[in-house]
Write a protein of this length. Structure first.
Length: 281
């Protein structure tokens, strides 16, 4: 998400942009959105229109990105689309801002279960990324979009395609894209009924904590355990997923609904199997 370097202004503008990027790296979505909106208001007051325009666009990008990461992306979808239209004719490094907006739009479309549209957006962004590779480093953006493409394909029950993309890109992923691709792979294995493989993958390593992905790996673990008939462990993992979602995500985030549905499905199977200690008595 570090696109601030591509948006140039005066020294104070640079400091404001760097501050937002630092907060983003800390997953401080609420602070990012609040400070970005303040920066947007400041940009609107600037007399030098080119500077104010660029600063305002960056501020809107960061505000909508924070809303998206927190789980309120549907509320700012229209704003994302308006900003993307404004940035449509940009070129060079500034075009990264447009691609970042479109990446976030893809995330929202996935959350709204508009998987075909999300796939089309991902494909379009990846074509643009390919054209920018000779100008600047875009591999983090590319991996982020590929993770979204995995989710879009999975949502259309194209699980083998999604699995291949996830497996093919995991070795070069890091930080945010690593956990997104890892969780995507677990989800696709579960969707194919390959629960033992899904559980092995889920437990293969502990990915870095990224607030946007809160609860997701535990949900994949719970689904795998449920599929294998381990009712007690599945319920524990599902409850942990729901706890993390409630703690770190906005109540409107689609994952909260998914976590509650998963927990309901697991507990609907009846009482958990007795523990070894209970069996002994």
């Amino acid at each position: 998400m570090n696109i601030a370097w591509a948006v140039r202004g005066n020294a104070q503008d640079g400091a404001d942009m760097a501050r937002l990027s630092e907060l983003w790296d800390k997953d401080a979505y609420e602070e990012v959105e609040a400070e970005a909106r303040a920066l947007q208001a400041k940009a609107a007051r600037l007399r030098k229109r080119p500077r104010g325009l660029v600063l305002g666009q960056f501020a809107r990008f960061m505000a909508t990105a924070a809303a998206c990461g927190h789980g309120r992306g549907a509320r700012v979808l229209d704003e994302m689309e308006s900003l993307a239209a404004e940035l449509h004719d940009t070129a060079g490094p500034y075009r990264l801002l447009l691609l970042g907006v479109r990446r976030n739009r893809m995330v929202v479309l996935n959350g709204e279960r508009r998987f075909g549209e999300a796939e089309a957006e991902a494909a379009a962004v990846l074509r643009e990324v390919e054209r920018l590779k000779h100008l600047t480093q875009v591999w983090r953006l590319e991996l982020s979009v590929l993770a979204g493409l995995v989710d879009a394909l999975s949502g259309q029950a194209r699980h083998e395609e999604a699995e291949n993309i996830a497996r093919g890109n995991l070795p070069r992923a890091d930080e945010r894209s690593l956990i997104a691709l890892h969780c995507g792979l677990v989800d696709d294995l579960n969707a194919q009924g390959r629960h033992a493989e899904a559980l092995t993958e889920a437990r293969r390593f502990a990915p870095p904590r990224v607030r946007e992905q809160s609860g997701r790996l535990d949900m994949g673990t719970a689904a795998a355990l449920h599929g294998l008939g381990h009712r007690s462990e599945a319920e524990a993992a599902a409850r942990q997923a729901l706890t993390d979602c409630e703690q770190f995500l906005h109540p409107e985030h689609p994952r909260l609904r998914q976590a509650r549905t998963l927990l309901a499905d697991i507990t609907a199977d009846g009482p958990p199997e007795p523990t070894a200690e209970e069996t002994a008595h």
